[in-house]
Design a protein around this ligand. Structure first.
Ligand code: NAD
Ligand code: LMR
Length: 331
C-alpha cells in the first residue's frame, strides 16, 4: 500500500478525486494539501471506513509533511478555464503553481511518481521535468501528464454514436497532447464492427467532439469552471492503474499518458520519428514497478490520423518549449 498525496485537494477535481482515492485498497495514507479549505475536506473524508489514513495539510508550511514519504503525487492545483479561454491562457497562473509544487516534491519525495492534471498539461509536464532536472532527481519513467479523460470521452462518444455500451474492449488510443488539435483519437483502432459504422463525416464530427469535449463542459458550466467529476473519475482510473503496477506488481497495465518519450529509449525514439522529434507525446503506456515500462508505438495510422499528427506538432513544440523556458528563466 502507498502514501498518495493530492496537491490542490480542496478544489473541484481535488475533492471527488480524493474521495475516489480514499476508496482504493492500495492506499495506506491519503495526504491532502491545499492553500484553502483542506482541513474540512480531510475531516470529512477521514470518517469513511476504508483503510487509508487521511491527513489534511494547509498552506506552504505544511507542504513538506504532505509530501514526505509519498510514493504517488497527483497535482490538480491551479485555476480552470472560463468560457472563451484556451488552456494556454492558464499558463500565466498555473505554471508558477506547478513549478513551486514540483520543487517541493523534488525536495521531499524525489522518487515519487508524479501525475500532473493542472493545465496546460502540454506545458506543465515539461515544467515538472525541468524542475526535477534542476534538482538532479529526474527520472522520466516517473512523470505522467494525465490524459485519461480524453480516452474516457472517446470511448463514451464512440458508444453513443454506434448505439453500444462503452467498455474496455472498445477503448481507442488518444495520442498527441491535451489541448484542441493536439488531442488525436485513433478511431482506426476501434473494433471493426464499430469502425464500419462511421462514415467519413461522422468520424470527423466524433474526432472534433473528443478534441473539444473540455470546451463542451466549460460552456455548460457557464463560468463555474471546467470538468471536475469526469476528471476525478479519469484521474483515479490512472492513479489506481499505476498503483496496481507499482504496489501489486500487476502486468499488462496500459493507460494513456503525456510522457517524456525518453522514458522508453527504444519505442520512444520510434514515436519521436513519427511526431517531428517531440520530446513529450501522449501515447499508450505500459506501466510497471518503476513507472513507464514500455511506450506503445503509434503503429499504422490512417491518412486522416497522420494529418492530425502533422497539424498537432507545431503547437506541441511551442507548448513544450514554453514550459522548459519558464523553468530556465525562474530563479
Ligand atoms: P478549482 O479551482 O476548483 O481547484 C483548484 C484548487 O487548487 C483549489 O482548491 C485551489 O485552492 C488550489 N490551489 C491553487 N493554488 C494552489 C497551490 N499553490 N497549492 C495547492 N493548491 C493550490 O479547479 P479544478 O476544476 O479542480 O481544476 C484544476 C486544474 O485541473 C485546472 O488547471 C484545470 O484546467 C485542470 N484540468 C485538467 C484536466 C485534464 O484532463 N488534465 C481536466 C480537467 C481540469
Ligand atoms: C478538460 O479537457 O476537460 C480539461 O482540460 C479542462 C478544460 O479546460 O477543458
Amino acid at each position: 500500500m502507498a502514501k498518495v498525496t493530492v496537491l490542490g485537494a480542496a478544489g473541484g477535481i481535488g475533492q471527488p478525486l480524493s474521495l475516489l482515492m480514499k476508496q482504493s485498497h492500495l492506499v495506506s495514507h491519503l495526504a491532502l494539501y491545499d492553500i484553502v479549505n483542506v482541513p474540512g475536506v480531510a475531516a470529512d473524508l477521514s470518517h469513511i471506513d476504508t483503510p487509508a489514513l487521511v491527513t489534511g495539510h494547509l498552506g506552504p508550511d505544511q507542504l513538506g509533511d504532505a509530501l514526505k514519504g509519498a510514493q504517488l503525487v497527483i497535482i490538480p492545483a491551479g485555476i480552470p478555464r472560463k468560457p472563451g479561454m484556451s488552456r494556454d491562457e492558464l499558463f500565466k497562473v498555473n505554471a508558477g503553481i506547478v513549478r513551486d509544487l514540483a520543487t517541493a516534491a523534488a525536495t521531499h519525495c524525489p522518487k515519487a511518481f508524479m501525475c500532473i492534471i493542472s493545465n496546460p498539461v502540454n506545458s506543465t509536464v515539461p515544467i515538472v521535468a525541468e524542475v526535477f532536472k534542476k534538482h538532479g532527481v529526474y527520472d522520466p519513467k516517473r512523470l505522467f501528464g494525465v490524459t485519461t479523460l480524453d480516452v474516457v470521452r472517446a470511448n463514451t462518444f464512440l458508444a453513443s454514436v454506434t448505439g453500444t455500451t462503452p467498455s474496455n474492449s472498445t477503448r481507442v488510443p488518444v495520442v498527441g497532447g491535451h489541448a484542441g488539435v493536439t488531442i488525436i483519437p485513433l478511431f482506426s483502432r476501434a473494433p471493426a464492427s464499430l469502425r464500419s459504422q462511421l462514415p467519413e463525416q461522422q468520424l470527423k464530427d466524433l474526432t472534433h467532439r473528443v478534441q473539444y469535449g473540455g470546451d463542451e463542459v466549460v460552456k455548460a458550466k457557464d463560468g463555474a469552471g471546467s470538468a471536475t467529476l469526469s476528471m476525478a473519475f479519469a484521474g483515479a482510473r490512472f492513479a489506481n492503474a499505476l498503483l496496481r503496477a507499482v504496489v501489486e506488481g500487476a502486468s499488462g497495465v496500459v493507460e494513456p499518458s503525456f510522457v517524456p518519450l525518453e522514458a522508453d529509449p527504444l519505442n520512444g525514439e520510434t514515436v519521436k520519428k513519427d511526431c517531428d522529434n517531440l520530446e513529450f507525446f501522449a501515447v499508450e503506456v505500459e506501466l510497471g514497478a518503476e513507472g513507464t515500462r514500455r511506450i506503445h508505438q503509434l503503429g499504422e495510422l490512417s491518412p486522416y490520423e497522420k494529418e492530425m499528427v502533422r497539424n498537432a506538432t507545431p503547437e506541441l513544440h511551442a507548448s513544450i518549449k514554453k514550459g522548459i523556458e519558464f523553468v530556465a528563466a525562474s530563479k
